[in-house]
Design a binder for this molecule. Structure first.
Ligand code: PHE
Length: 452
């Protein structure tokens, strides 16, 4: 087979930045507020937190451990651990999921591109609150514009991934991530000090348990995996580029904490403003695109902040998109650098085509419904609430089944001083709690939908 050039992170920081970059993106910033807004508010957020800590964190650590242990991208990683079995299908499922996920993710990435472009020519200040909804609708219903923007977003992703994610991500993340936090804090401060903001804070942080349905629980489960990039084995692939003794438990804890923190900020940026402006929390996918411009319009120098925020949001979205495309590309090239360029373009173009119906879902195809959903919603539902939890379930079953407990402990302890008790807790969470919880949620939902 010849000597293949295995990709490597050039620094310890590179890995953590890339993994955090994959996790933090539209999941915490765009999806969390809109799903919380449509299903359960504070109750949703609480369940999401529980799933993130008790299922997400252990799973993230499991994916990291598998990747570094095998030094192989996802499909080959499962094949190496369990040769001659069907387990490598977890990796293939991950590739398929990433493909579909990126197809609609990039559509939202395109909306950001449009908003960013127009924020240079047309500011947000001086507009009435109700004009922002209209502005979104006008933007989104133009078929050429949304497809073009979806294309531009993917093009940016392709251009970075074809050269190797490493170089692309490491350089920028160091500055962009902290900047995003700071800007978010500014929005939160503005939002929570708006008149009538407390109603929004209450909506987001005070769980109303009477509003919990099977759907709330399933969506919170999907959201936990979506926001942490879990269930697709992306974290397996990323940690396979890691040679050194970076502490996996520490990295996992930081990524989970960051994701929770950003999710909290996103909710606190959006909901107080929603209630203060008399908008609708159940607006769906457009929510942040209507609310955020409205918040910025009420901040001094709002136009400049808006441009800054959209740039940072675009960056956060791109780093997640890189990981999704990387997952597909790595499964084709199997670490063979010579194939990378072509594989990236082919995968990128196919994803572009797959995303077109999603891009048109809010305009010319808004009347076309699949089981009562638009094409975009159908994709999102299928990926977030079926494929990600299914992938997560399989990884949770696979890890303790196919890897010896001692080997897992050994790998996890490389570069870290993980205590045995912590490892044992992790082991119980991954072996019993995670699979059982996912199965219960699935069964509950099937029951709730009256399929039995
Ligand atoms: N975690 C990313 C986000 O929140 C989305 C994502 C999901 C990326 C699954 C990779 C895999 O934006």
């Amino acid at each position: 087979m010849g000597q293949k050039q295995q990709e490597q992170w050039t620094s310890k920081l590179g890995f953590i930045l890339a993994a955090a970059g994959s996790a933090i993106g539209l999941g915490a910033i765009w999806k969390l507020p809109y799903v919380a807004g449509t299903s359960g508010g504070g109750a949703f957020f609480l369940i999401f937190l529980l799933f993130t800590i008790f299922l997400g964190l252990p799973l993230l650590l499991a994916e990291f451990t598998i990747g570094r242990h095998t030094q192989k991208e996802a499909v080959s990683a499962y094949r190496t651990i369990a040769p001659g079995s069907f387990w490598h299908w977890i990796g293939k499922l991950g590739v398929g999921t990433s493909f579909l996920l990126l197809s609609f993710y990039s559509v939202v990435g395109g909306w950001i591109v449009i908003y960013l472009a127009r924020s240079f020519t047309q500011g947000v200040q001086g507009l009435e609150v109700n004009q922002f909804g209209q502005m979104f609708e006008e933007t989104i219903s133009n078929p050429f514009l949304v497809v073009f923007a979806h294309f531009i977003f993917l093009l940016m992703t392709i251009l970075v991934v074809q050269g190797g994610v490493q170089k692309g991500i490491e350089r920028f993340s160091k500055i962009m991530m902290p900047a995003l936090f700071i800007l978010f804090l500014i929005i939160v401060i503005r939002s929570v000090t708006l008149e009538g903001a407390s109603e929004g804070i209450q909506f987001f942080l005070m769980p109303d348990f009477s509003s919990i349905t099977g759907e709330t629980i399933l969506f919170a489960l999907g959201q936990a995996f979506f926001a942490l990039s879990l269930g697709v084995s992306i974290m397996v692939t990323y940690s396979s580029y890691l040679k050194s003794g970076e502490s996996l438990p520490k990295s996992a804890v930081s990524i989970v904490s960051l994701t929770i923190f950003i999710s909290l900020l996103a909710g606190l940026a959006i909901f107080p403003a929603v209630f203060s402006f008399g908008l609708e929390p159940a607006e769906g996918p457009p929510l942040i695109f209507i609310v955020l411009p409205a918040v910025f319009s009420s901040i001094p120098l709002g136009n400049i902040f808006f441009i800054l925020f959209m740039s940072l949001l675009l960056f956060a979205t791109l780093t997640s998109a890189f990981s999704l495309l990387e997952m597909v590309v790595a499964s084709i090239t199997k670490n063979d650098a010579a194939k990378r360029k072509k594989a990236t373009w082919v995968a990128g173009i196919l994803i572009f085509i797959m995303g077109i119906p999603s891009a048109l879902s809010f305009g010319v195809m808004s009347g076309v419904s699949f089981f009562g959903h638009s094409f975009f919603d159908l994709m999102d539902f299928l990926v977030s609430n079926v494929m990600l939890p299914l992938g997560a379930l399989l990884i949770a079953i696979f890890t303790p089944l196919k890897l010896k407990k001692d080997a897992l402990y050994e790998e996890m302890r490389r570069g870290s001083s993980l205590k045995r008790v912590m490892f044992d807790i992790w082991y119980i969470l991954i072996k019993y709690v995670t699979p059982i919880a996912i199965i219960i949620v699935f069964l509950h939902v099937l029951g709730a939908f009256d399929l039995f």
